[in-house]
Write a protein that binds this ligand. Structure first.
Ligand SMILES: [Fe+2]
Ligand SMILES: [Fe+2]
Length: 165
């Protein structure tokens, strides 16, 4: 799918976030004892991904997408979904015990949100003025990219499968 160069930094982060979301959904199916044993590490990586990457990504989108040219309903959907995702990250990074259902729910929400941005929100943005797109490209300099250290281990999977999706 064609992506305007100004939107590519956000799209690159979407790709990583989809891998992250798949790991979250896989965690929902992991045996609860195995999950509990690895929970401190998983929780720490969840927190780092949220803190160092995703919350910055959300801020860039909320503040710099050229909303004046797009439908208000799209802005409301984006902010509503960001809020829901933010609450789940905040809940999980404080949780003493893992909750497979909440991990899976967060994974599904992230996947649905990113697919909507890529397939519905971004295509009409590519028709916007060069100035509007330059603003989002400039704001995207804040993005941190992707660090493999944020990826979640999935207990019970082979090490190779844990590293390469
Ligand atoms: Fe978003
Ligand atoms: Fe996004």
């Amino acid at each position: 799918m064609y992506r305007h160069p100004s939107l590519r930094p956000l799209s690159r982060e979407h790709h990583f976030t989809l891998c992250f979301a798949k790991r979250l959904m896989a965690l929902e199916r992991v045996d609860s004892e195995l999950l509990e044993a690895r929970w401190p590490e998983i929780r720490e990586r969840l927190g780092r991904f949220w803190q160092d990457s995703l919350q910055i990504h959300f801020r860039v989108e909320e503040s710099h997408i050229p909303w004046q040219c797009l439908e208000r309903a799209s802005y409301e959907r984006l902010v509503g979904e960001h809020c829901e995702i933010r609450d789940l990250f905040e809940h999980l990074k404080e949780a003493g015990q893992p909750d497979g259902f909440v991990l899976g729910r967060l994974g599904r929400l992230l996947m649905q949100h990113i697919r909507w941005e890529e397939h519905v929100l971004f295509p009409p943005m590519q028709e916007q003025s060069g100035e509007a797109l330059a603003a989002i490209e400039h704001a995207s300099e804040e993005l941190q990219g992707a660090d493999p250290a944020w990826l979640l281990p999935v207990p019970g999977r082979s090490a190779a499968k844990t590293i390469v999706e």
